[in-house]
Design a binder for this molecule. Sequence first.
Ligand code: ATR
Length: 271
Amino acid sequence: IPLAGVMGDPVCFSKSPRLHGHWLSSYDIPGHYVPIHVTSENLEDVLRAMPRMGFVGANVTAPHKEAVLRLAHNVTDRATMIGAANTLIFGEDGRIHADNTDGYGFIENLRQGAPDWDPATDALVLGAGGAARAVLAALIDAGTTRIFLSNRTRIRAETLRETFGAKVQIVDWEKAAGIVDRVGLLVNTTSLGMTGKPELRFSLAGVRPETIVTDIVYSPLQTPLLQDAQARGCRTVDGLGMLLHQAVPGFERWFGVRPQVTPELRDLILK
Ligand code: ATR
C-alpha cells in the first residue's frame, strides 16, 4: 500500500492530510497520507528512511521547503528558480526528486476563478517571500511580460529581479497603489490580511473594474483586500484554490489518479 505524507515543524496545522485523505477515499485508492512532524535536525535521516518505509513521496512545508533542495538527488528547474520545494517523489532506488507546484496551483486557481484572465496583461505583485517567488515563476511561465513587484523591504524585491530578470520592475512600497490603474492583475503574496496579522494597507482607489484581484491568504477567505476590490466592481479570486491545486500533481504522481478540485473539497478544507 503506497504511503505519502507531509513533513513540517509544526505539522499539526497542515491541511494536506485532510485534502489527500479526501481524494484517497473518494477515488477508492488503497493508500495512506499522514502528517509527519520532523525537526530540522532530523530532516535528513527521516527523508532517507522514508522510501524504505514504503513512502512514494511527500509534501514539504515550513521550515523545510528550502532545506530539501540540498538533500534531493534532482530538482526541477522551477523548484531551483523558486528556491524551495513542496513536493517530493521517491524513486524505487530511494532517489529523491524535488519539485515545486505552488506556482502551478496559483495559475490553475487563477484560470478557474477568472477564466478570461489574459496572461499577457501586466501584473502587480505585492511581497517578496517564498510565495512571491512561486507567483513570479508561474506568471513568467504563463507569458506575462511585465510584472511590477513591490515589497516593504525593497532589497528583497531586488533579489527577485536578479533571479527573474528584466520582466520584473521594482516599485517602491509607498508608490505601489499609485500604479494599480496600469495592471490587469493584482496579487497579494504577503501575509497581511490573514487572521491575526495586520491588514494590508493598500488603496484600490485607482483600480479599473476589469482588473482581477487575487490574494494568496485564504483565512479569512474574503480578505479585506478582496472585499474592497469587489466593492469596486473587480473580479476576485481567493487563495484557497491555490492550496488545493498545488496538491494535484503530487497526488497524481504518487497514486496514479489526477484528482479533481471540487466545491465539496473546498467546503471540507474550510471546516
Ligand atoms: P513566505 O515565504 O510565506 O511568502 P515571508 O518570506 O515571511 O513568507 O514573506 C512574507 C511577506 O510579507 C514579505 O514580502 C514581507 O515583507 P518584508 O520582506 O518587508 O518582510 C511581507 N510582510 C510581512 N509583514 C508585513 C508588514 N507588516 N508590512 C508589509 N509587508 C509585510
